[in-house]
Design a protein around this ligand. Structure first.
Ligand SMILES: C[S@@+](CC[C@H](N)C(=O)[O-])C[C@H]1O[C@@H](n2cnc3c(N)ncnc32)[C@H](O)[C@@H]1O
Length: 752
């Protein structure tokens, strides 16, 4: 460790070199940006060549010191040898205020440690590899390493040059950016530290600094968490007041109020009255005893300022003494999870589940508050007709009265920013003989229509009990069970007499396909597939997506990488390197997916029905898009060895022979109408869900008819493969189905 005198000599020389540099540059217009270039320009060809000392300058040289392309942890390298010892001094040029007492960033502490210890890893992570011999040579002073700072005063008041080993101040590392920081005029000791003392001081000081900062960071984290809680509380309080305020267009309110048949002196309630649209219409129409209730104070004040009688409070917990002849309005819609706690507790108490919507609870409580014969007229989302969690609500409605009227607005956007599919319904409380009555239904046909047109034309259609250019008018039997309801009107209602049948899930397994959770990573093109090794190809599976279902047949397929849950990362990396490489590119996104416990980033999110599907891989099955806007059904025959993607539903028949018959029947218009009227409609689309399909009834056609349908289906498939027209064959199937049902050409007895 005999290097002190050599280092001192080098520092002395460098100070005079940088004095010269400063002298040359001070008359120039130096900026922070140009400083490095200017210093290099002066020093690039500067050489000292004496007997015991050779000294040169260059731009940063050694590749290992490059942090990023074009960026190094120092700006200029001074290198050479002194009394036979190689030296390298990494120099950082700084443009700044020599007289400021503040600390300034030099480079990250790990860069300095890397430079001194010759560590090639860019981050000090995991196991850091150190070359023992090299370090030992540096201990002995056989190789000299140092880091210097040249400070050019921004106001040209002078310069400073020092090396880190000379600094007498305590070292400091800023934990936020992990920068090693110094003053531009630090205290300098007489003799620079030797290599070993410097490196250990640097590490100790860094550890100390980071530890001290950890405590203050923890305190800050606490403060931030408290602030976040306060913000959440403020939001919670506001939410209590403002739960989904959306104003109803006045003409829609007029249409709804007009549906009522109660006397004008009866007690009327508007639940969640907002700005008082319904209250205004009720006043306009001459109702005398009207009350509103609103949870939001500002909205409440608006209503009272208009002279309305309004209660301020939560409808769901308010204890009314009155019973009402009419409850009308547009209640709030929000899923249980989006509600403030005290409201959601009420919702759960009223509807008995935490999976429903606040408007379900509004309906139940409103029915409760009606007197016998009283009417409830609400505009709400359509989903209480089919949602599983609205089943108890449907039950409650059936137990307490009847739905008299449904105005199905389908996908007409009445409320800005809100999802469409709204219905207006009218309920009457009481006990009725429903077998003698019908529900009046209006289904909107028009796609674009104003609220004013809706009001006029709906009123007209109801008065005339007939369709018009905006509406289809129908009268359908009352709903008798809480199973899925539908406002869809089959065009041929007479075609639905009871028929002997089996449920689809008695003859087939119906299910959904596996979900990758991020298709972009797992999808693989045919080109990429060709580049895989043979064993890697075993991880690639053929999937049928909704777009491959073209009705009767599938066309094309999609290839996906599928790593089963038992695959571990080491195996994937070593045995399937190309696949590993491809998936690794998406590692961050894949890791961010919601993954059940035990799954790794390269696994599929949910391998739904995977075991069943793979054990039936050599069999044919039927696929259908889970949600479809096409005006015809797209049940399609899946080729052997294919799997259903997450956007299709599969049907795997237990008796494979029946597959062609079933395919033909499912694609018939008869089945489509039947399915839609059983709750499959979602706005302008059809939802083929596992649940509805499983419950779907398949007529027990006679063997003859079944065979005929099957054979025609085969013909259709052949023709489609040859791109020929199949209209004639398809209408033959319609005919057989129609006649079988009309003339009851069935086998066996009624199964339901
Ligand atoms: C969809 S907006 C309809 C407003 C008004 N009825 C209209 O049609 O223009 C629902 C209203 O219900 C209010 N609301 C939400 N939750 C409520 C509750 N628990 N009790 C009373 N009002 C509530 C909201 O503040 C909002 O004004």
């Amino acid at each position: 460790m005999e290097t002190a005198s050599e280092i001192s000599e080098l520092v002395g020389i460098l100070r005079s070199v940088f004095r010269m540099v400063f002298g040359k540059l001070k008359s120039k217009n130096i900026t922070e940006k140009s400083l490095d270039e200017e210093v290099l320009r002066v020093l690039r060809n500067y050489v000292i060549a004496k007997k015991h000392l050779k000294l040169n300058f260059s731009e940063p040289k050694d590749e290992i010191y490059k942090v990023e392309k074009g960026r190094t942890p120092y700006d200029i390298l001074c290198y050479g040898n002194i009394v036979g010892r190689d030296f390298r001094i990494f120099i950082n040029n700084k443009f700044g205020d020599l007289y400021s007492k503040s600390l300034n960033d030099i480079t990250t502490y790990n860069n300095i440690i890397r430079l001194y210890l010759d560590v090639r890893q860019q981050r000090l992570k995991g196991k850091v590899i150190i070359d023992e011999d090299k370090i030992y040579r540096r201990f002995l002073g056989e190789e000299i390493i140092s880091y210097g700072v040249f400070v050019f005063d921004a106001r040209k008041r002078g310069f400073n040059f020092f090396i880190l080993e000379e600094i007498d101040d305590e070292f400091y590392v800023n934990p936020r950016n992990t920068m090693f920081q110094v003053k531009y005029k630090p205290r300098i000791s007489k003799t620079p530290l030797d290599y070993y003392s410097f490196v250990t001081k640097l590490i100790d000081a860094t550890v100390d600094s980071l530890k001290k900062s950890k405590a203050s960071i923890e305190a800050e984290v606490l403060i931030l968490q408290t602030i976040k809680q306060q913000i959440m509380l403020i939001k919670g309080k506001k939410m209590n007041k403002r739960i989904s305020f959306i104003e109803t267009p006045k003409d829609i309110a007029r249409l709804m109020v007009k549906l009522s048949t109660i006397q004008k002196d009866e007690l009327v309630l508007d639940t969640g009255c907002g700005n008082g649209i319904f209250l205004e219409v009720l006043r306009e129409k001459g109702y005398e005893n009207v009350l509103g209730i609103e949870i939001d104070e500002e909205l409440y004040k608006t209503c009272t300022s208009k002279g309305f009688k309004v209660l301020l409070g939560d409808f769901l917990s308010y204890e009314f003494k009155e019973r009402f002849g009419l409850i009308v309005g547009n209640p709030p819609y929000a899923h249980f999870n989006q509600l403030p706690k005290q409201i959601s507790e009420n919702v759960k108490r009223i509807i008995g589940t935490s999976e429903g919507d606040i408007y379900y609870a509004f309906i139940v409580k409103s029915i409760n508050l009606l007197k016998e014969g009283g009417e409830l007229i609400y505009i709400v989302p359509y989903h209480f007709f089919y949602n599983t969690y609205a089943k108890t609500l449907r039950e409650y409605i059936l137990r307490n009265g009847k739905i008299e009227l449904v105005i199905d607005l389908d996908e007409i956007r009445l409320f800005k920013g809100e999802s469409p599919e709204t219905v207006i319904f009218k309920f009457r409380k009481g006990v009725f003989n429903l077998s003698r009555e019908k529900i009046k239904i209006l289904n909107i046909k028009a796609k674009k229509v104003t609220s004013y047109e809706i009001m006029l034309t709906a009123d007209e259609a109801l008065k005339n009990r007939s369709s018009n250019k905006i509406w289809d008018y129908k009268e359908i039997n009352h709903f008798t069970t809480p199973a899925i309801w539908s406002s869809y009107l089959p065009t041929s209602t007479s075609l639905f007499p009871q028929f002997p049948s089996v449920r689809l899930n008695q003859i087939a397994k119906v299910g959904v396909g596996p979900v990758s959770g991020f298709d972009k990573a797992f999808l693989i093109s045919e080109e990429e597939l060709l580049r895989l090794e043979e064993n890697e190809k075993t991880l690639v599976k053929k999937f049928v997506k909704a777009k491959n279902c073209i009705r009767f047949i599938t066309q094309g397929c999609h290839y996906y990488i599928l790593t089963e849950d038992r695959m571990n990362e080491d195996d994937l990396r070593s045995k399937y390197p190309n696949i590993y490489l491809k998936l690794s590119k998406f590692k961050n996104i894949l890791s961010d997916r919601y993954l059940p416990v035990g799954k790794k980033w390269f696994h599929w999110q949910a391998l739904r029905n995977y075991n069943f599907l793979t054990s039936n891989l050599p069999k044919k099955r039927i696929y259908v898009p889970a949600l479809d806007r096409k005006p015809y059904n797209r049940f399609s025959l899946g080729e052997e060895n294919s799997l259903p993607s997450s956007d299709v539903i599969f049907i795997q028949l237990y008796a494979e022979d029946d597959i062609f018959f079933l395919l033909g029947f499912l694609n018939s218009k008869f089945f489509r109408e039947y399915y839609l009227s059983n709750g499959g409609r979602r706005g302008g689309r059809v939802a083929f869900t596992q649940r509805i399909l499983e419950e779907t009834r398949i007529p027990l056609f006679s063997t003859d008819e079944k065979e005929k349908i099957g054979n025609i289906t085969k013909e259709i498939i052949d023709k489609l493969r040859k791109c020929e027209n199949t209209e004639k064959e398809e209408s033959k199937i319609e005919q057989i189905v129609y006649e079988s049902i009309k003339y009851q050409k069935f086998q066996g007895t009624l199964l339901f």
